[in-house]
Design a protein around this ligand. Structure first.
Ligand SMILES: Cc1cc2nc3c(=O)[nH]c(=O)nc-3n(C[C@H](O)[C@H](O)[C@H](O)COP(=O)(O)O)c2cc1C
Length: 159
């Protein structure tokens, strides 16, 4: 029997070279984690371009944002401003996880993402990851692990 493809959506705001790299590695890892039994479509859309219809089509979502001024980036905030009400009734229970790139903290962004997604009734499948401090190549490993874990969990019906 042919399986209907599941849709994994990555919404990222990546204004710096390093955060762009993280978003690319996340996308690449998720796209590479394919199962022969369950097709998966991975879409990566910049936060400023992502719309409610993208979220409504998704079976799971990964959010990626830097922390700026103690909060998620303006681009990510704009994404929620535009999609919150159109998605509110349609996407309750949507599996979500997040990667936050923070120069020194990240907790304000984590709290804000948790507050908004609690309002949306999305379902956290793991704690948001904070890549904190000076740039470290280990952040790439964390991004890859997150992309792989979400892709496999979705394909295997675990989330
Ligand atoms: C205007 C501005 C505000 C920032 N505010 C915070 C902040 O409140 N907390 C924090 O941890 N990092 C803050 N940062 C650091 C960014 O999170 C960091 O520059 C970004 O994640 C990109 O880092 P990278 O290019 O080294 O990966 C800020 C950066 C800018 C440009």
């Amino acid at each position: 029997m042919t399986q209907v493809a599941k849709n994994l959506l990555i919404v990222s705001h990546a204004p710096s070279k390093n955060t762009q790299r993280l978003a690319q590695e996340l996308h690449h890892a998720a796209s590479s984690a394919t199962s022969p039994n369950q097709p998966l479509l991975v879409k990566h859309i910049p936060a400023l371009d992502a719309n409610a219809s993208d979220v409504i089509a998704a079976d799971a979502i990964i959010l990626m944002t830097p922390e700026n001024l103690g909060y998620m980036s303006g681009g990510m905030k704009d994404f929620f401003d535009r999609t919150y009400y159109p998605c509110l009734e349609e996407k309750q229970g949507l599996p979500v996880c997040a990667l936050i790139r923070a120069g020194s903290d990240g907790t304000g962004t984590k709290r804000a993402l948790e507050t908004i997604t609690t309002g949306l009734r999305w379902r956290w499948v793991q704690e948001p990851i904070i890549c904190r401090g000076q740039w470290d190549t280990d952040f790439i490993r964390q991004a890859e692990e997150l992309g792989t874990a979400m892709a496999i969990a979705l394909q295997e019906g675990m989330i």
